[in-house]
Design a protein around this ligand. Structure first.
Ligand code: ATP
Ligand code: MG
Length: 235
């Protein structure tokens, strides 16, 4: 199968080898985890590597009121997004529950063609569903948005918050409004904030990835001053 499906590598070596080289190109993907599990770090690293290793421009859509906070988070890993942003390779977009999806769609269409954007991250994706009450409406809205991004040849990676999987041993939890997205998305990866292995005190598990013969077991992960690291046979 390797080589048949076009891949969008994350550049996180241990992760890419779990899924035949990376996310499926032009797919939409969810990174699900509890507080502090590394969701934002994973997303920023995906964008940073996109530009610096694969020459693919990126867009980070954040709910964070002050984008400087995000830049500072990235800087703590040595990723200077300010420079990439001034070169037009990375863009930051603030969105809120009030941002209508039709406005977002217009904005995306224009930004993607103007700046040749190939990777988009939503942090967190749940904000898009905050003022949508019904599951049906959430499903329809997200489907419209992801279909547009796929047509525009963008690979999307979104953070989704959960407390269900805070530790390696999942606890019973209520389903939240955006859990439906796990069915719609092309892939779902869980980050465990606490786990123990010889490699690290966190873990990562690909739950599903369409068109991919991926590793199904949880694998050791750690967050260091270089960002997310996932166990590889040589580590
Ligand atoms: N520079 C760094 N070096 C090593 N570890 C770090 C560094 N910066 C953050 N971390 C670790 O990463 C964790 C935060 O990761 P991150 O912000 O990506 O999580 P998150 O899942 O997005 O959290 P939230 O749910 O709060 O948005 C911190 O709690 C800390 O343990
Ligand atoms: Mg975060």
């Amino acid at each position: 199968m390797e080589g048949v499906v076009d891949r969008c590598p994350t550049g996180i070596v241990g992760f890419d080898r779990l899924c035949q080289g990376g996310f499926v190109r032009n797919s939409d993907n969810l990174i699900v985890g509890g507080p502090g599990s590394g969701k934002t770090t994973f997303l920023l690293q995906f964008l940073w590597n996109g530009v610096t290793k694969f020459e693919e421009n990126g867009l980070y859509c954040s709910f964070e009121p002050d984008i400087v906070e995000v830049l500072n988070d990235a800087m703590s890993y040595g990723w200077d997004f300010t420079k990439l942003s001034s070169e037009g390779k990375i863009h930051f977009l603030r969105f809120s529950p009030k941002t209508s999806v039709s406005d977002l769609k217009k904005e995306f269409t224009s930004l993607i063609s103007k700046f040749n954007i190939r990777r988009i991250c939503f942090d967190p994706v749940s904000v898009l569903a905050l003022n949508l009450e019904e599951q049906g409406k959430i499903r329809e809205t997200m489907f419209e948005l992801t279909s547009l991004l796929k047509r525009l040849k963008v690979t999307t990676v979104s953070a989704d918050e959960t407390i269900e999987y805070e530790s390696f041993h999942p606890v019973e939890g209520e389903w939240t409004k955006t859990d439906i997205l796990r069915f719609l998305s092309d892939s779902v990866t869980l980050l465990y904030e606490s786990a123990s292995s010889k490699f690290g005190d966190r873990a990562i598990r690909i739950v599903k990835m369409r068109r991919t013969a991926h590793e199904r077991r949880a694998v050791g992960m750690r967050i260091t001053s270089s960002g997310v690291e996932v166990w590889t046979p040589s580590s």
